[in-house]
Design a protein around this ligand. Structure first.
Ligand code: SF4
Ligand code: SF4
Length: 450
């Protein structure tokens, strides 16, 4: 007998849980793999730090995640729900591990049996389960908070809770929601409240693999939605009516009725049927299979228009994210020209034309630097102020009043001329930190010099 699905599922769930706990601690070049810090107004993605003004990778990331889940659904049905969704993992930990395995309140093979609360010991066990899960809900909420408040800050903040009431409040709310959804709503959440369930069926096609009862072999159990009986009526029908598949189902459905909204693709019913049919030397009547293969219409086509289209889109977005990350500017510069287009004055018998600007410099790097700038692409334009480089702390900004001037005759025209130039700002002590922006120098009409 092959390794049961539930063992493979538990292994994947353990891996996902470890990953979710570990990610907030993993850093590349001093930056997190993922961090959306409202506190420091920054985004860390794959080890690259983005400032609050540079959140453009975020929509790409969200689109990537949505498309990834859609692609996985098209290929493997609600495999995300049954195998990796935190809600399902929480339910497995709470119901199967704590209530079932540790406290012995029920058996995994029969999830439909209610706990007998007439026995005092069961009441005490239930209270113990609630307390254990309450603690684990707080742990899960804290782990969730680390994606927004990194662990290195969190452990400092938590030593002074009275100054961080918002953080404590958010963790308490998230912990309460986790505890309520897991202990009170259970799988009802997956079938009725989760928004993903509303759209997932539109992603299925004939080649999507999902949990299917083989009606041809097993026999008809439901006719026009009504149950005929535990067992099918035909003498060659293989389903023995043991209902092990129904008893084990965490969402309390009978897969022999066909695809249902509540089915989370956990394949526990397939394991149960494998066990039952194994005793008769027959293969399971419930399989993770496509409708095409189940109906004997040929092999499942994994490479088809939808899956290829998802693959192309995911590759495109991932490439865009990598390009954004690698071409990220290590400083920011915003240039605003003042309302007065120019000033003309006579200095040492020469006409001097000056333009005023406000330059906003932001140092997005991890250390402070001295910054300055130069004018490129327009000969004759010089810097009047500021005269010297200026210091900006890491993550700090500096607003500089900038005056550029020329004593050359840059244009001979009857009207004012807008001349393009480049401003190259840079860190004086680090040649890798530089950014270039286009700006306009307004040169007056000839009449201004008379
Ligand atoms: S029908 Fe089977 S696969 Fe679907 S939720 Fe129930 S046990 Fe899991
Ligand atoms: S476990 Fe298999 S044999 Fe038993 S009732 Fe379900 S489908 Fe029929």
């Amino acid at each position: 007998m092959k390794l049961p699905y539930y063992k493979r599922r538990y292994a994947i769930m353990a891996l996902v849980s470890l990953l979710l706990l570990a990610v907030p601690f993993i850093k590349i070049n001093g930056n997190h793999i993922f961090l959306l810090s409202f506190d420091h107004k920054k985004l860390n993605l794959l080890g690259v730090a983005f400032d609050a003004q540079e959140l453009y990778p975020l929509p790409f990331l969200l689109i990537f995640l949505f498309l990834f889940v859609f692609a996985v659904t098209t290929l493997g049905g609600r495999v995300w729900c049954g195998w990796a969704c935190p809600q399902t993992i929480f339910r497995v930990v709470y119901r199967d591990l704590i209530e079932g395995k540790i406290l012995g309140l029920h058996r995994r093979a029969n999830r439909q049996k209610q706990i007998d609360y007439s026995k005092k010991i069961n009441v005490l066990k239930k209270i113990a389960a609630i307390l254990i899960w309450a603690v684990l809900s707080i742990v899960a909420a804290i782990d969730f908070s680390w994606y927004f408040v990194p662990p290195e800050d969190f452990f400092v903040y938590i030593q002074d809770p009275s100054s961080h009431k918002v953080l404590i409040g958010m963790i308490s709310i998230v912990a309460f929601l986790i505890a309520f959804v897991v202990m009170r709503l259970g799988e009802t959440f997956c079938g009725l409240l989760c928004p993903y369930v509303r759209v997932q069926s539109s992603m299925y096609d004939r080649d999507t693999i999902y949990t299917i009862y083989d009606e041809k072999r097993g026999g008809v159990i439901y006719k026009d939605g009504a149950k005929i009986g535990k067992k099918p009526l035909g003498k060659d029908d293989e389903c023995i009516g043991c209902e092990a598949c129904v008893a084990i189902c965490p969402t309390h459905i009978d897969i022999r009725k066909g695809l249902q909204l509540e089915c989370i693709n956990c394949l526990e019913c397939a394991d149960a049927c494998s066990k039952a049919m194994d005793k008769m030397g027959k293969p399971s009547l419930i399989n993770w299979i496509s409708a095409r293969e189940s109906q004997g219409l040929g092999k499942t086509r994994y490479l088809r228009f939808r899956t290829i289209a998802y693959g192309v889109m995911l590759t495109f977005i991932m490439s865009a994210l990598l390009i954004i990350g690698s071409s990220k500017e290590s400083m920011l510069l915003n240039i605003t020209k003042s309302n007065r287009p120019y000033k003309v004055e006579k200095v040492n018998e020469l006409f001097r034309v000056s333009n005023d600007y406000i330059f906003l410099f932001t140092n997005t790097g991890d250390k402070g630097n001295n910054f300055y700038f130069e004018v490129d692409g327009l000969d004759g334009v010089k810097i009047a102020t500021p005269r010297k480089p200026f210091w900006i702390d890491s993550k700090g900004s500096s607003q500089e009043i900038v005056v550029l001037y020329t004593e050359d005759n840059l244009a001979k025209a009857a009207t004012d001329t807008q001349l393009k130039m480049n401003i190259r700002a840079y860190a004086v002590d680090d040649e890798n930190i530089t950014v270039t922006r286009e700006a306009i120098f307004t040169f007056p009409a000839e009449s201004a010099f008379k």
